[in-house]
Design a protein. Structure first.
Length: 477
């Protein structure tokens, strides 16, 4: 069983560790991919802005003059782009003539529609050039303008932050981050790989990377319920193992207690049976006079009564396990104690001190069971008392909720380690294999059951300088 529990616990921990490794690896991978995509999108935005600027230049007649004609060998429409102002003052304005293969219309001069076609055509070419990280001088004027804008284009951190956050959310990563562009900055914690955000990459470098919280924090935040459930399962497994082991130990203790009970019971039964057997055999073998016969018969009767009392007490304890008893009698505790003192002949056997200023103490209960339970405590008080002058103090007093009976003795006392066990069924304080005092571990168990069913309580404590105090609390009517 121990191996199974350790195996289950080990598998859970190993599974958690493997899951942690996978989650952390995926976190790193997802963060890197998110940054790559965010940078690509940010670069696309800058390219689109440059293309829009470029289209604006072509549409502006003060910057670029666009004309067309069909004066060529194929008689197809040819478009001419010419700088409105020469880039170099001492030279002519630069120009370039091109034709568009899919433009079939033949025009002698430029129209707004045709102008838009040529602008869109060049815009697509420029977009492809920018993707390759290059610029082309279609004319000197437009080429220099494009080169200048291209060179001055820098990473837009604000746009990149928004794009990166969006990409992280797609990966189910929601946490604070910081974008870093300066190489000399030292950052503690988890960082993504570095990505080149330059338009002219790979020819130029403009590196950017991101700092996020550690994967450990992400793992514990995202997988907290899985971790909690896993450790809860481990806890339940360990608790079940503990409970099983505890149950086995309790069963072992119960078997030991029952064995002790059987041993004590065997001794208690064998003693009167042996006495009865010896006495009966003597009556059969010898011819005694009437007086001797009467004595022997008295011995047999006495031992028989002991056996009957023993069997009756065992049966009463068995009944309490399954059957309740009526508690509808009015019981006077003052009278009950007086009767017990007289019946047990306590004043003849011990030094008895009885204190009570109550005339009567009426409560609702079962007189027979209450009498037997209190008698059991009183019998123990003098039966186990080894003092030279055995003394028993009985005190009856009224409390706010009922009555309290205190029975004190000057015997050997009860060790603290046994005080919680003496009310267990079959339990007797260990004395080795010595049976100098009769008993079988049912008395105080019976007392506890009777007092509890009367909604009362019984407690044991030390008497100073020596001895034991049993305090019984019983509720009123």
């Amino acid at each position: 069983m121990s191996i199974c529990v350790l195996g289950i616990t080990g598998l859970q921990l190993y599974w958690n560790y493997q899951n942690y490794q996978v989650v952390v690896a995926n976190f790193r991978k997802d963060a890197d991919i998110a940054l790559d995509k965010a940078v690509d999108e940010e670069i696309k935005l800058r390219r689109k802005q440059i293309v829009l600027i470029f289209k604006g230049w072509l549409a502006d007649s003060t910057i670029m003059k666009i004309t067309c004609d069909t004066a060529n060998r194929e008689h197809q429409t040819a478009f001419t782009l010419k700088d409105a102002v020469p880039y170099y003052p001492n030279e002519k304005a630069d120009q370039r003539t091109v034709s568009i293969s899919n433009f079939k219309e033949k025009l002698g001069k430029i129209t707004p529609k045709a102008k838009q076609v040529i602008i869109n055509h060049f815009a697509m070419i420029v977009q492809d050039d920018l993707r390759d990280g290059t610029t082309f001088y279609y004319t000197q004027g437009i080429g220099h303008r494009l080169e200048k804008v291209f060179e001055n284009s820098r990473l837009n951190i604000i746009n990149l932050e928004a794009l990166f956050e969006k990409e992280l959310q797609k990966k189910n990563i929601s946490q604070a981050f910081k974008l870093i562009t300066k190489e000399h900055v030292k950052v503690a914690g988890f960082t993504t790989h570095k990505v080149n955000a330059a338009l002219r990459r790979p020819y130029k470098k403009e590196m950017v990377w991101a700092k996020l919280e550690t994967p450990n924090q992400y793992y514990f935040r995202e997988m907290k319920w899985l971790i909690i459930s896993s450790f809860l399962l481990i806890g339940i497994t360990l608790f079940c193992f503990y409970y099983t082991i505890k149950t086995l130990f309790n069963q072992y203790k119960l078997v030991a207690i029952k064995n002790q009970f059987i041993s004590n019971m065997t001794h208690e039964i064998n003693t009167p049976l042996s006495s009865i057997q010896v006495t009966t055999e003597a009556l059969q073998q010898f011819n005694f006079d009437e007086e001797t016969k009467a004595k022997y018969l008295d011995i047999i009767l006495y031992q028989t009564k002991k056996l009957n009392g023993l069997s009756e007490e065992i049966l009463e304890n068995a009944k309490l396990e399954t059957l309740a008893f009526k508690r509808d009698q009015e019981v006077d505790i003052v009278q009950l104690l007086a009767t017990l003192i007289q019946d047990l002949k306590l004043e003849e056997r011990v030094i008895l001190n009885y204190q009570s200023n109550l005339v009567n103490a009426i409560l609702k209960g079962n007189k027979s069971h209450l009498s037997r339970s209190i008698a059991n405590v009183l019998e123990n008080a003098f039966k186990y008392n080894t003092a030279h002058s055995p003394t028993i103090d009985i005190e009856l007093q009224e409390t706010n909720k009922g009555f309290k009976i205190t029975i004190s003795d000057n015997g050997p006392g009860i060790a603290n380690e046994f005080k919680d066990k003496i009310f267990d069924q079959f339990y007797r304080i260990p004395t080795g294999n010595v049976h100098d005092i009769k008993g079988y571990g049912l008395g105080l168990s019976y007392v506890k059951k009777i007092i509890s069913q009367h909604h009362g309580s019984i407690r044991v404590s030390d008497n100073q300088p020596r001895g034991t105090i049993f305090s019984i609390n019983l509720p009123k009517l």
